[in-house]
Design a protein around this ligand. Structure first.
Ligand code: TYD
Ligand code: MG
Length: 413
């Protein structure tokens, strides 16, 4: 049959009432779909799903929260901290798969949360809960019920320390959507990303903050990060893209003499290999070597940046840290001297292996976001637009960003 003749009704969506979550889902939960929500323990998965169910219940839909991990009492105590509607969600504390399936069939919720998929156990299989066989069986049986009755199911899954969906990895093919909840436990910021989504884009990310009353959406993240930017040596603001949304974040670097034979390369919020690559380019094409030094690079606020535009920010932050001087902000525009508390230096761009600065997507949106937060003279690759301070190579960018005295090929600080 030609595809044009195939009947397809528009996808209905159930809003979770949490804007950032709905956006990452692609507009809300799709009835009959399976969503896997992964994240390390304590990151806020139970909180997020409980809040969502509360909102959905308040909108008049039937919900069910299955807890294999906590007692009903514990779930209630959490819900008390959230909203009154979170307390309206029916809870089932059960680890037996058949019991859960029965409850779903008799209660017929529109949305059901299984917290977590690793704690349920099918009596027909011998493996321990959380084993690959059990997790697969649990998910497959729940999926049958979900599809047959058009129930949207969120499977909560734990990830191991290194961030891999260990048990749930085997579920990624089965489910319609894989969401990852990330962040550092000790810090308030949490980021929600879609790794797979049959009903939406995988580029979107949602930002939350863990507070007393649960998770709060962070809608003015750029303003916060820019205001908190230190402007000190080793600091630069990156005009990043988080999916379709621009976000300004501070990237910080520290370069210090190392006592180790193999100096440390430590990153947070970035890909470690990216740092290695940028350091090599910085040494070879920027004349700034950091051999014999430990290098630490951090995206402030616990945010993760996974896009090529971060290269220039890493390079400038490390260069500034290595030389011990603050980067030139928008001195040309404001007549301020560098490091005098003026606007921080902002940038974006990908570095090529031959030291060229390469164009990255959505320069106009990045520049507009920077301008909205008072940052002019953003260092950017050629072709980015009239408002940018354009550079076509790393060297040109360093000339523009580093004060002249710091550019001499001296020792690293
Ligand atoms: P939780 O949702 O239980 O995490 P997960 O299900 O991913 O393991 O929440 C984890 C942490 O969040 C917990 O240590 C306490 C904290 N928290 C708050 O700070 N404020 C709140 O309102 C709630 C409910 C939790
Ligand atoms: Mg939990």
């Amino acid at each position: 049959m030609p595809l044009s003749k195939v009947a397809a009704s528009p996808i209905a969506r159930l809003k979770t009432g949490i804007g950032e979550l709905d956006r990452v889902l692609g507009g809300g939960l799709v009835p009959g779909s399976l969503v896997l929500l992964g994240g390390s323990p304590g990151i806020g998965k139970s909180t997020l799903t409980n809040m969502a169910l509360g909102n959905i219940a308040a909108a008049g839909h039937k919900t069910l929260y299955v807890s294999g991990e906590e007692s009903a009492e514990q779930v209630r105590l959490r819900a008390e901290r959230l909203s009154p509607s979170a307390l309206e969600v029916p809870v089932l504390a059960e680890t037996d798969l058949d019991g859960v399936l029965e409850a779903i069939a008799s209660h017929e919720p529109k949305v059901c949360v299984i917290d977590s998929v690793q704690t349920l156990r099918s009596a027909e299989l011998s493996g321990a809960p959380g084993s690959v066989g059990q997790v697969r069986e649990v998910a497959a049986r729940i999926m049958d019920v979900a599809k047959a009755r058009s129930i949207a199911v969120v499977l909560v899954g734990h990830v191991t320390k290194d961030g891999a969906l260990a048990g749930p990895r085997v579920l990624e093919h089965l489910v319609d959507c894989v969401l990852q909840f990330e962040g550092e436990r000790e810090r308030p910021y949490r980021e929600l990303r879609a790794l797979k989504n049959r009903f939406g884009s995988t580029n979107e990310a949602g930002l939350f903050e863990m507070r007393q009353g649960g998770l709060v959406e962070v809608l003015d993240a750029s303003a916060r990060f820019v205001a908190e930017a230190t402007r000190a040596p080793g600091s630069v603001v990156l005009a990043a893209m988080e999916g379709s949304r621009p976000l300004l974040v501070e990237v910080q670097a520290l370069v210090a003499p190392s006592e180790l034979e193999q100096p440390r390369r430590v990153v947070s919020g970035l890909d470690r290999n990216r740092l290695a690559l940028v350091l090599a380019i910085l040494g070879r094409h920027g004349g700034i070597g950091v051999g014999g030094h430990d290098v630490f690079v951090n995206v402030v606020g616990g945010v993760r940046v996974d896009e090529p535009g971060v290269d220039l920010a890493i390079a400038l932050a490390v260069a500034s840290a290595a030389r011990g001087v603050a980067l030139n902000g928008q001195i040309a525009e404001l007549g301020r001297s560098p490091g005098s508390g003026g606007a921080p230096c902002a940038c974006f761009g990908e570095l090529g292996l031959t030291g060229e600065l390469r164009w990255v997507g959505h320069p106009e949106r990045r520049l507009a976001e920077a301008a909205r937060h008072g940052l002019a003279g953003v260092l950017a690759p050629s072709g980015s637009g009239a408002q940018a301070r354009e550079a076509s190579t790393l060297r040109e960018a360093l000339v523009a960003a580093l004060p002249a005295a710091a550019r001499r090929p001296a020792r690293a600080a």
